[in-house]
Unconditional design. Structure first.
Length: 138
């Protein structure tokens, strides 16, 4: 199941060329991931109370088309689970006409906040915490 969040590109997010600043793509992607966790019932407070927190280990962005002030976009989020300590998240930032403005690939993990190490099975941890694990692909 693909989760998505709408965002309106704001003028103060633009660079000197008049298009969305490259760092804002990261913010949009992060926003969508947190909204997905919230929708799944895994709010930040719940993570902290359980002594864990998601971490980004790697991010790759492919910029496809420029975004300008007033553009309406949706940011998608798809978790990909495997065995081991990491998971992947595939995201797209799309204009309303379907044009892909950017593709974002994230490698993440779930950090044990006390031990400061990645937990062995992040998917099972998220499944246990989530009210809607299906939104996370679990």
């Amino acid at each position: 199941m693909t989760f998505s969040v709408p965002v309106l590109v704001r003028g103060y997010e633009l660079d000197t060329q008049g298009h969305l600043n490259q760092a804002v793509y990261l913010q949009y992607s992060e926003h969508a991931r947190w909204e997905l966790l919230r929708a799944a019932g895994v709010a930040q407070e719940k993570l902290i109370a359980n002594g864990v927190g998601p971490v980004v280990l790697e991010t790759n962005i492919k910029y496809r088309r420029e975004l300008r002030a007033g553009d309406e976009v949706t940011i998608t989020c798809d978790f990909e689970w495997s065995s081991g300590k990491i998971f992947k998240i595939r995201q797209e930032i799309r204009k309303l006409d379907g044009t892909v403005a950017a593709e974002v690939a994230v490698v993440g993990g779930l950090l044990d906040l006390a031990a400061r190490k990645l937990v062995a099975d992040p998917g099972e941890n998220f499944r246990a915490l989530a009210e809607r694990p299906d939104l996370l692909g679990l």
